[in-house]
Design a protein around this ligand. Structure first.
Ligand code: CTP
Ligand code: MG
Length: 245
């Protein structure tokens, strides 16, 4: 059964600010959204891509899809008032043949094809997986006066990322069983957890950062630039090797 990827990209980008909306902010010469689209297009694990965007940004998104030859893209969906609503709208337009759903935030442009492939492989084994990073810092829970109420055991804490990949039927059942507004679930995996499904954490990528503020743009640009240089180097090396053989 094929995997359909949903890219929620319908946020307001309030914390980033600026004149250009977050999905279309330029990073090393390309729109931020283009990077996730390209990684999903290049992954053999993905068959369809459903972009969820604001209605007034569909024309801009369509131009991007055309320019980058994202042939797996289906017609985009209109986003909702919260991220989870946007995901649910994308999920409602999944093609019939999709047995799996991968959800990846447009706001994470540094996702790599190997990470996507690994997440899909693990999901096929476990049914539902979320990428993340084991906590490296101690986390304390505080009350409204900032007095510490609890120091959490780091060994059992993970910071969650996307992609997250689920069996389609599990996610459909979880959405149907959701006992509160979708906006109250902190991430997509939490909707499954609340419905009693088991979600497995798998190691994500420390470089798969989420662009939230202007500072994150600087970091994302550096990561993408470095990756470009590395792949240019690989290309040159393989050219030299093939000309020598
Ligand atoms: N998102 C969405 N629909 C919404 C809200 C968010 O599709 N109603 C998407 C964003 O476009 C983003 C991802 O969910 O790709 C993660 O959200 P976040 O990083 O919070 O981005 P924004 O909501 O755009 O930013 P902000 O919260 O600063 O307004
Ligand atoms: Mg937001």
């Amino acid at each position: 059964m094929g995997v359909a990827a949903i890219i929620p990209a319908a946020g307001a980008g309030q914390r980033l600010g600026g004149r250009v909306r977050k999905p279309f902010v330029y990073l090393n010469g390309h729109a931020l959204l283009a990077y996730s689209l390209k990684a999903l297009q290049e992954s053999h694990a993905i068959r369809w891509i459903i972009l969820v965007a604001r209605a007034d940004e569909h024309a801009q998104a369509a131009a991007l899809i055309k320019r980058h030859r994202i042939t797996k893209a289906l017609p985009p969906c209109v986003g909702g008032s919260s991220r989870a609503e946007s995901v649910a709208r994308g999920f409602a337009s999944l093609p019939r043949g999709a047995g799996w759903v991968l959800i990846h935030d447009a706001a994470r442009p540094c996702v790599s094809r190997p990470l996507i492939d690994r997440a899909v492989r693990s999901a096929r084994r476990h049914g539902a997986v979320a990428c993340g990073l084991p906590a490296t810092l101690t986390v304390k829970a505080v009350d409204e006066r900032r007095e510490v109420r609890l120091t959490l055991d780091r060994d059992h804490l993970w910071f969650v990322q996307t992609p997250q990949v689920f069996r389609r039927d599990w996610f459909a059942q979880a959405l149907a069983r959701a006992d509160r507004a979708l906006s109250q679930f902190p991430d997509d995996a939490a909707i499954l957890e609340a419905a009693g499904f088991h979600v497995r954490m798998i190691p994500g990528d420390p470089l798969n950062l989420k662009v939230t503020t202007r500072e994150d743009l600087v970091l994302a640009e550096a990561i993408l630039q470095r990756r470009n240089q590395t792949s240019d180097l690989r290309l040159q090396t393989s050219r030299v090797e093939s000309s020598c053989s």
